[in-house]
Design a protein around this ligand. Structure first.
Ligand code: AMP
Length: 318
């Protein structure tokens, strides 16, 4: 039995299915969560399907989150999507159900759940949910809304098919989702749209980027800077890919100060693996897209030194 059929069997056996995703969600987290919820609800109308988590207005276009209580978890099948480690799960009761299942495409550093379906070669968890549907097409229904949600997740995590996680299978999944009713143009346009404050912050990022000879680059966004652009942490996602467009930049870090004073580190790369640096600072992630935390300016300087070293080592390798 494949892990997909094992998960389908568990879904069929459960009366209540609760689907979680990670905190500070992106389109893949919400798209895979709500996309799978839609597939299960439509295919098995008698089942109770809940998708909890914080509602972010910027993602209202994807759908609404459900409110849950601890009582909902009694005998429930809990599926955690797109979330590598348990502290990142959005939802306090996720491990109080009858059974916990992990579906993810991040490195499996925190191997929780049974079964675990982890495929680090998949572009996104939304692509995995599409594969789940495709493996049992005769028993499952994919509505145009579910197709739109999964397409949104794939587009989000591949940077509109730009990153190297984009495989022929990704394009086939995207094509099938378009055929199932996903309005690709509408989704692409929404994900490409930025607010005027983010446009202005983009200019700041380019203007204040420090680039080292190794190809490492960084910018620090303090609370004062973000306040001056009337921007919060959630809006920084739009500027994270920008340094990568510069030909001489290989890897980069964006330090985003938090209200408590420490910094969220958003690390990206076009070649050198940067998740080792993230792990040194309480974080992790993919080789080319990771995150961590820095408590102060001194730790920022350490991260920059480490990133510089990673890029130097990479230059020697290639
Ligand atoms: P972000 O810059 O927050 O979009 O993070 C990029 C990727 O890094 C995510 O998809 C996660 O895989 C990973 N990541 C971010 N923050 C953390 C963290 N604190 N711990 C572990 N992994 C993280």
């Amino acid at each position: 039995m494949t892990v997909q059929t094992e998960i389908l069997t568990l879904i069929k056996q459960a009366k209540t299915i609760i689907i979680h995703r990670h905190q500070r969600p992106d389109p893949d987290a919400i798209g895979s969560q709500l996309g799978l919820a839609d597939i299960i609800k439509t295919s098995f109308p008698d089942k109770r399907v809940l998708a909890p988590g914080k509602q972010y207005h910027g993602f209202d276009w994807l759908g609404q989150m459900d409110t849950v209580t601890e009582a909902d978890y009694q005998d429930a099948l809990v599926l955690v999507l797109d979330t590598a480690n348990q502290p990142r799960v959005d939802g306090e009761f996720y491990n109080t159900g009858k059974q916990l299942v992990k579906i993810d495409h991040h490195p499996n550093d925190d191997a929780f759940g049974d079964p675990q379906w982890v495929d680090v070669d998949a572009s996104s968890t939304s692509e995995l949910v599409y594969q789940f549907y495709a493996a049992s097409k005769d028993e499952l229904t994919l509505t145009p809304n579910a197709a739109r949600l999964l397409y949104a997740g794939i587009v989000g995590d591949t940077g509109r098919f730009l990153y190297d996680a984009t495989k022929p299978s990704t394009m086939r999944a995207a094509a099938a989702l378009m055929e199932a009713g996903a309005d690709a143009t509408a989704v692409n346009r929404i994900e490409d749209t930025i607010t005027l404050p983010v446009a202005r912050l983009s200019a700041y990022v380019y203007e204040h980027l420090t680039q080292l000879d190794s190809g490492a680059a960084y910018v620090i966004l303090t609370n004062d800077i973000m306040d001056s652009f009337e921007i919060g942490d959630a809006s920084t996602a739009g500027v994270v890919p920008l340094p990568g467009r510069i030909d001489t930049v290989q890897s980069w870090a964006i330090f985003v100060q938090q209200k408590e004073g420490d910094y969220r580190i958003r690390l990206r790369s076009k070649g050198p693996s940067i998740n080792g640096v993230a792990k040194l600072h309480g974080g992790g992630g993919h080789p080319l897209a990771s995150g961590a935390k820095a408590k102060d300016q001194a730790e920022i300087e350490t991260v920059v030194r480490e990133l510089d070293q990673v890029d130097r080592d990479y230059q020697k390798e290639v």
